[in-house]
Design a protein around this ligand. Structure first.
Ligand code: SAM
Length: 346
């Protein structure tokens, strides 16, 4: 049931773990407080760096965790100290019932921070409800502001709908971040245009390194270049902020910007020692690292009738065995082809 990938770890001091309350801590002393839930693998875009046009067969519906199962898991994870939950996918709003599910999650007191990550295509119609439940933030994925380029990257023509979501969220005062994957052919001009959103609006615009999750045959090393050097070259006046909360992003201020710029170096994996998150995939695998193969089959536990105590114990054991960093996770999880990020949740 629990895959043992720990045999190569250096044993560290044994962490103190309370089984009912708080303190989900791994062997490196990293405290886990952030849970990402990918509620579906379906998506209405076909971003070329995420999945092939018609490849990656969908997971059968019955193999995807039900909302009831997800809600139960969230409650269990909150018992273990999770404070922030992010609903993602696939595209979360591609799953019917996503909005009522968010309402139910909001009712769980111990979910202190509730966020979603969305491509923004269908999201604008839910913005009033999202504001009404006091959603703590929306991350919208947007890689370009150019219509042709958007069509080329996503293989769909929905840029206007995404921008409607961006401006609708701003109008409602919902905290907004935009995530932009920087591709090999992303130009400085595109970066400057996107950064303009953070100049004009209170948005954190984060540039993301491309990662090897394209749903296709494994390729050679990705050429991401050095994003922080590139940003400093384009914007010589940027200043890095010191952030005291665990985060995978580096954040920069710019004079006269209403918002901030950021970078997420998920390919370089420079932030692993600060990583406080775990993920649940649509089919119910717990991932303690983006690069692992799935460390615990939560769906099996749920559907075999395990009680909350047993599930908590399995999660604690699994988190203890978490890889030290994403490079180690990738080494022990090597595969012939890359999974799609839509199966993982970003
Ligand atoms: N559909 C939602 C969205 O578009 O935000 C949530 C899921 S999507 C898989 C989450 C994030 O992963 C998006 O920002 C997307 O750009 C990013 N992503 C997908 N494949 C990626 C890859 N190979 N490298 C880096 N980021 C990737």
């Amino acid at each position: 049931m629990i895959k043992n990938h720990n045999k190569h770890h250096t044993p560290y001091a044994s962490p103190v773990i309370h089984q009912k309350t708080g303190n989900l801590v791994d062997l490196q002393g990293r405290r886990i407080t952030y849970l990402r839930l990918a509620i579906t693998d379906r998506c209405n875009l076909r971003c070329r760096y995420c999945r092939p046009e018609d490849g990656v067969p969908f997971i059968p519906h019955k193999e995807i965790l039900s909302f009831e199962e997800l809600e139960r898991l969230v409650a269990i994870f909150c018992d273990l100290g999770i404070k922030k939950v992010r609903v993602t996918g696939g595209e979360p709003f591609s799953r019917r019932g996503c909005m009522p599910f968010l309402v139910r999650l909001r009712r769980i007191d111990r979910v202190q921070h509730l966020h979603i990550t969305t491509n923004g295509v269908k999201t604008s119609r839910y913005l009033d409800e999202l504001a009404a439940i006091g959603l703590d933030g929306i991350n919208v994925s947007l890689d370009t502001l150019d219509h042709n380029r958007f069509r080329e990257i996503t293989r769909r023509d929905y840029l206007d709908s995404v921008l409607q979501t961006v401006h609708g969220a701003l109008a409602r005062g919902t905290p907004l971040k935009i995530n932009s994957v920087v591709l090999e052919d992303t130009s400085d001009d595109e970066i400057i245009q996107l950064a303009g959103l953070a100049r004009d609006f209170p948005i954190t615009l984060r540039f993301i390194e491309r990662m090897p999750f394209s749903g296709t045959v494994r390729t050679a090393r990705l050429k991401n270049g050095n994003l922080s050097l590139r940003l400093k070259r384009i914007f010589p006046e940027i200043e890095e902020c010191n952030v005291d909360i665990p985060t995978t992003a580096r954040i920069f201020t710019m004079p006269d910007f209403k918002g901030n710029l950021g970078i997420i170096q998920g390919y370089s994996r420079l932030f692993c020692q600060r990583c406080n998150k775990v993920r649940i995939t649509p089919s119910g695998m717990l991932k303690t690292c983006l690069y692992d193969n799935g460390a615990l089959d939560l769906k099996k536990l749920l559907r075999d009738g395990a009680g909350d105590y047993e599930i908590r114990k399995a999660i604690i054991n699994c988190v203890q065995k978490r890889f030290a960093n994403g490079h180690e996770a990738e080494r022990f999880s090597s595969r012939a082809s890359e999974p799609s990020m839509a199966m993982i949740g970003g």
